[in-house]
Structure formats: C-alpha cells, structure tokens
Ligand binder design. Structure first.
Ligand SMILES: *Cc1c(COP(=O)(O)O)cnc(C)c1O
Length: 358
C-alpha cells in the first residue's frame, strides 16, 4: 500500500455546479474563475471540464493564460490583476488576453504601447472594497483615455463586491457604480458567487463565479452548499495507519494539547499540514471515519492527524477517512478551523496525488 492520502476531483459535480451558476445567472455570460490553480483543483483539468460550458476563464497569472492558449483553449481569458509591466503587453496581444486595468499607470502603459492587435480591456472601478480599482475621480479620465487608445478594443466596466456574502450586501457599492458609469453603454461585470446567488440585479453582462463552482457555499453561515444545489468537487480522503489505546490522563501529539478523560481509542490518519490540512484546526474539527462523523484530537502534525474512534468500534488500520468533501462539507471543516473553504482548497499541496472521477 502506498500512502493512502488522495484528493478525488469529481468532474461531473464541477459541471453540475456550473449548471447551477448558469441557471441562477439568467442570461449573463459566465467567466469561470480558475485562479490559484482553480482553487486547488488543477488549472487545466478544470478548464477542460468546463470548456464547452464557460464563456471564458478568469485567472491571475500570465503564465497560466499562456499555458491555456498553448493547450488550445480559444475562449476569452481575463487576467484579474491585469499586467504589471508594459513588457507583458506583446504577450497579451499575441495570445488575445483581456487585462483588468485598475491603475492610471496601466492606462499609460497601454497608451504608450505599439501592439500588433487590439486588446479587449476591463476597466475596474473601486466602489468601496479599497483593494483594486480606480477612484471615482480617476475613472472618467481613464475611460476616455482608453477609448482613444489605439490598441484598446472593447471596454467592459467592472467592480468587485466586498460584502455580497454579508449583512451589508451590495447596494452601497452598486450606488457608486451606477453613479460613475451613468451614460456609459459598455457591458459590465459585477457578480462573484455570493452576488450571483443573492443579488440577481448584479447578474448583468459577465458574472464571475468562483467558489460555487467548486461546490462550496459563499455564505455557509446562512445557506449550506447542499441547500444551494452545489456538490463537493474535491474530496480529500485517506486511511487510518495505526490505532492507539489511551488510558485516562494520557495526552496526544505535540504539546499534549488533548488529554483523554477516560480510556479511549484513537486513530492516526495519513494527512497533515504538509498536505494542506490546516495546522490551526483545533481538537474537535469534524472528520469521517468509516463514514461516521467524529472529531480530531490533539495537534495536527506535518504528516498525521489523530482522531477519536469513540462509537466506531470496527475502525482499525486501513479504515477509510474523509477529511473534507463527500459526506463532510469543506465549509464545516473551514468553520471549525476558523477559516474559509477557499483557503483549505487552495492550500492542497503538490504531494497529494489527484484522482479524477469522470
Ligand atoms: C476571486 C474573484 C472572483 C470569484 O469570487 P468567488 O467568491 O470565488 O466567487 C470574482 N471576481 C474577482 C475580481 C475575483 O478576484
């Protein structure tokens, strides 16, 4: 037996989740967001699986966009942070890539470029997230400059929501967007997964769903992925590699952060933080052993995690374990670990073998 840890990627579930996005977004076009190695699921794998469904792919790295073109993908590719230096622009032109333009410096770089082809561009307005985007004052001069720049083709107006999954919602940002873009008839791109699901008004032009495609809820505290019709795409599974019998008072793992209050059986799972499981997941983080829900005990170590076998008397060496995915939503593991599913999925490390479920 080789080390039993696996990440199984359920390709039909990915397609099914895309269909949910398609149905909820009415007639908006859909970028499938595949940044960060498609949220840990594999850039090319996800692009191939969604090739006939997505209207385009949104990502971050120029190298990844070039790799997609070299692999034969012909649909629009949106680079979410745009270009960083003017010397990247010839590659944008050669490969027909769409940059997000979010600074005046980028506008100037475009104005100064001599390119063999015109680029479609997204111009991004900062409506209150205060991360990327032109200010309301910068927006109109930048738009005018882009409209008169010879190497710029179609322009799309974009913003990004900070609170689409929260109480505060999107109206406060929509007001600023409407005000700054009044009179413009260019297409728009607004919605991430949370906005797409909660605010149909944002599903105009080109929506940008990411996390929902991977089967996770953008607002797990309010609605589970399952209730949204989303299925887990990644299942991280392993097996018990040994079992320990503890007496009351025995402690487990580095630092002995968990102490048995009675005789206990615990299992040792082949998975640790070097595989991407969060080290900060405390004792009590949910896990499935033999399909039964139990909890971690003690600290997560580099290659192993210890798990309570109370109530699972048949569990022994070789028993199957699910760390997240089918039967145990990654959103629940993330909540127990004080983080979000995005972080867990992206953190999967290259040493974990991937199995595709077709
Ligand atoms: C990551 C990202 C998205 C997708 O967000 P999800 O919450 O994963 O749906 C959309 N737009 C931009 C600009 C992003 O950076």
């Amino acid at each position: 037996m080789t080390r039993p840890l696996r990440a199984t990627i359920d390709l039909p579930a990915l397609r099914g989740n895309f269909a949910v996005a398609r149905q909820r977004a009415s007639d908006a076009n859909l970028w499938a967001v595949i940044k960060a190695n498609a949220y840990g699921h594999g850039l090319l794998r996800v692009a191939e699986t969604l090739e006939d469904l997505a209207d385009g792919f949104a990502l971050l790295d120029l190298d990844d966009a070039v790799a997609l073109r070299e692999a034969g993908f012909r649909q629009p590719l949106l680079l979410l942070e745009g270009f960083f230096e003017a010397d990247e622009l010839p590659l944008y032109a050669a490969y027909g890539l769409t940059p997000v333009v979010h600074t005046l410096e980028q506008v100037e770089m475009l104005a100064g470029a001599a390119l063999p082809a015109r680029l479609p561009v997204y111009i991004k307005l900062n409506t209150g997230m205060n991360r990327l985007g032109l200010s309301a004052e910068e927006f109109h001069p930048a738009l005018t400059a882009l409209q008169t720049t010879s190497c710029v083709a179609a322009i799309t107006l974009m913003t990004h929501f900070a609170d689409a999954d929260q109480e505060r919602g999107i109206e406060w940002q929509m007001a600023g967007f409407e005000e700054s873009t009044r009179g413009c008839d260019d297409p728009v791109s607004l919605a991430n997964s949370a906005a797409l699901l909660r605010f149909p008004v944002t599903c105009r032009g080109w929506a940008r769903p990411g996390i929902m495609l991977y089967g996770s809820s953008p607002f797990p505290q309010d609605e589970s992925a399952e209730s949204l019709g989303l299925r887990p795409v990644m299942t991280l599974s392993s097996r018990l590699i040994t079992v320990q019998e503890l007496d009351a008072g025995d402690r487990v793992g580095y630092g002995g952060t968990f102490t048995a209050d009675r005789p206990m059986r615990i299992g040792v799972v082949a998975c640790g933080y070097a595989d991407g499981y969060p080290r900060h997941a405390p004792s009590g983080t949910p896990m499935l052993v033999e399909g039964r829900r139990t909890r971690t005990v003690g600290r997560v170590s580099m290659d192993m995690i210890t798990v309570d076998l109370e109530g699972i008397p048949d569990a022994g060496i070789g028993s199957p374990v699910v760390l997240w995915g089918e039967g145990l939503p990654v959103d629940e593991v993330a909540a127990a670990a004080g983080t979000v599913s995005y972080e867990l999925l992206c953190a999967l490390t290259p040493r974990v073998p991937i199995i595709e479920k077709a």
